[in-house]
Design a protein around this ligand. Structure first.
Ligand SMILES: CC(C)(COP(=O)(O)OP(=O)(O)OC[C@H]1O[C@@H](n2cnc3c(N)ncnc32)[C@H](O)[C@@H]1OP(=O)(O)O)[C@@H](O)C(=O)NCCC(=O)NCCS
Length: 172
């Protein structure tokens, strides 16, 4: 995959050497609280395993996930991923280092990944789920043309608590 240029950042695959900057930017309770797959604290050991798994996955012909790094000056400052990839649909997820919030980086990165999913991967539907209190993420999805499809009652289990979520989707 050729890197995709955004304004002030590049989207690319994970590569060896990404471990330290990944751990630095993702290790944040404000990222952990609204995501289900990202641990906190996020150790260097976790970062090493994540990068290793992605490097292996990227070599596969049929990928079950496609994870892009948001790269600024060679460092991982965020990520956008397509997962649960099926022939016609995939779920999208994303995070960004807090230092970079509020600059429109994720809206642009999500837009680029959605375009990639529709054109290169021939997907027809890309969907996202957000926890009900995660207004920042819901704003991002609406900004890039996702539609809110509904409430998912008791969808999340986070720190032992069950909570509602919203389902958003964009179709081609
Ligand atoms: C959600 C997230 C990816 C947004 O990325 P972003 O590039 O900052 O997106 P935007 O620049 O469009 O900002 C989105 C909203 O965040 C809010 N925001 C901006 N800076 C903020 C800050 N420093 N602190 C709190 N909220 C902030 C604003 O309300 C903004 O909306 P607005 O532009 O209409 O005012 C980022 O906040 C994040 O990584 N959050 C934690 C992980 C997460 O929630 N992932 C998604 C799971 S569904």
């Amino acid at each position: 995959m050729k890197p995709i240029k955004g304004k002030g950042f590049t989207l690319r695959y994970y590569q060896k050497g990404d471990e330290a900057s990944l751990q630095k930017h993702i290790n944040n309770n404000k990222i952990y609280r609204y995501t289900c797959q990202i641990p906190y604290p996020y150790t260097l050991k976790t970062a090493k395993q994540w990068v290793k798994d992605n490097v292996i996955n990227n070599k596969k012909r049929n990928k079950e996930k496609v994870n892009f790094v948001i790269d600024i000056n060679g460092k991982v400052v965020g990520g956008v991923g397509l997962f649960d990839v099926r022939p016609h649909k995939a779920e999208i997820g994303y995070w960004l280092g807090e230092k970079y919030w509020g600059q429109g980086i994720i809206p642009e990165a999500v837009k680029l990944v959605v375009d990639y999913g529709f054109s290169k991967m021939k997907l027809s539907r890309i969907y996202a789920s957000t926890m009900k209190p995660n207004k920042q993420s819901q704003k991002v999805l609406l900004k890039v043309g996702f539609r809110k499809e509904g409430v998912m009652k008791k969808y999340y289990l986070k720190d032992g608590k069950i909570g509602d979520g919203y389902l958003f989707a964009k179709v081609k």
